[in-house]
Design a protein. Structure first.
Length: 377
């Protein structure tokens, strides 16, 4: 009988100790939002993979904030690249009292969501939204991990003028905050450099038939076409350019078209060989930890890499580093440390300007050779 009582006492003691350890472990919630449904789901899934990989690695390593062991939890939401769904997802994360947010992917969802995060005091780090307006709203909670459209649109126009010596271009945009913004910067810089803009056309981020606008553009005989939008439209557009005999016209775009999937979406179009696109960061080969990180990513998520997952990975680390520096996961407490963070990530050395923009962001131009995206610089 005494032996049973002793065994029971030991069991109770073990349970109490486990409960005590559990009580000391703090759960920190990191929100992630991107389009994991709809035509842009390949971007959203790639982004979510990067964030999830960071959370899992940090949990395996063990994180302590303010003397307490922390378990990170990723709260992932889908905004389907739709602004209304994006603000609903943002409100949901606010209501869930997440400690920080990585996202959104698109400028059209990120900008309206940023007001909601600002109003509820939750820091937001976007890994991919590039419209300059995001950082011009004066929100102290808003941070960006890559170059904005002022760099991307201008860089492409300068390449067209200085290196390719183009004389005439046409411009198409999808009327989203991203597409319209990057197209406006390209146009402004092209005109400053003496390039004539011979036609401007508009489409949507849902369209797949571009024959009418491309036929109009063909009649103006441009040397190049700039498209402000995403790859689900750029792929069919390249195929239709082939059909209209525009295969030799240069095709420019920002990071929205600059994906591995563009080759698949263009289905072997000759026009793919004339694509020149820009990303607001270094190529994987030139990122501080790019090659090693990509090998880990491909082992975990084979065939899913697109563009931005290294940035979502870094965004999680930057948020957690700020919490560690502050000794608190309370957004009000760690926000000043996030603004002053100095972190060497996979993508770059991360430090922010006063408006939340990344200090000294890189920009890389790419083209496609034999269907594969390769850096030009």
């Amino acid at each position: 009988m005494q032996r049973k009582l002793n065994a029971l006492a030991v069991a109770i003691g073990l349970l109490a100790a486990a409960a005590s350890v559990s009580a000391q472990e703090m759960v920190v919630k990191i929100g992630h939002v991107g389009p994991v449904s709809g035509p842009q789901a390949h971007y959203g899934k790639d982004n979510e993979n990067g964030a999830r990989m960071a959370v899992e690695e940090l949990n395996a390593k063990g994180v302590t904030i303010g003397g307490k062991k922390v378990k990170l939890e990723l709260i992932a939401e889908d905004d389907a690249a739709d602004p209304k769904q994006g603000t609903a997802a943002a409100q949901k994360l606010c209501d869930a009292k997440v400690n920080g947010v990585v996202g959104h992917l698109n400028s059209g969802t990120t900008i309206p969501a940023s007001k909601i995060y600002n109003d509820c005091g939750i820091p937001q780090v976007t890994p991919s939204a590039t419209n300059p307006k995001y950082s011009q709203q004066g929100f102290k909670t808003a941070f960006r991990l890559l170059a904005n459209d002022n760099a991307l649109g201008a860089g492409l126009a300068l390449h067209a003028a200085n290196n390719l010596k183009l004389k005439k271009v046409a411009i198409i945009d999808d009327r989203t905050a991203y597409g319209q913004g990057v197209a406006e910067v390209f146009k402004k810089t092209a005109l400053q450099r003496g390039i004539q803009v011979v036609d401007e056309q508009y489409t949507t981020d849902k369209a797949t038939d571009f024959m009418a606008i491309l036929t109009s553009i063909k009649s103006k005989a441009p040397d190049g076409i700039f498209y402000g939008g995403m790859d689900p439209q750029a792929g069919p557009m390249l195929r239709q350019m082939d059909q209209l005999g525009l295969s030799n016209v240069k095709f420019f775009g920002g990071d929205g078209i600059c994906t591995a999937k563009l080759s698949e979406l263009s289905a072997g179009a000759k026009s793919l060989g004339n694509v020149i696109c820009a990303e607001g960061g270094s190529s994987l080969e030139k990122m501080p930890g790019g090659k090693a990180w990509k090998a880990k990513y491909d082992a975990k998520y084979p065939g899913q890499f697109q563009v931005y997952s290294p940035y979502t990975y870094d965004a999680v680390h930057v948020l957690v580093q700020a919490m560690i520096d502050a000794g608190s996961a309370d957004p009000k407490v760690y926000l000043p440390k996030l603004a002053a963070v100095n972190y060497t990530g996979v993508t770059a050395k991360v430090a922010f300007e006063a408006d939340g923009e990344l200090k000294n962001p890189a920009m890389t131009l790419y083209n496609y050779k034999d269907g594969k995206k390769v850096p030009l610089n």
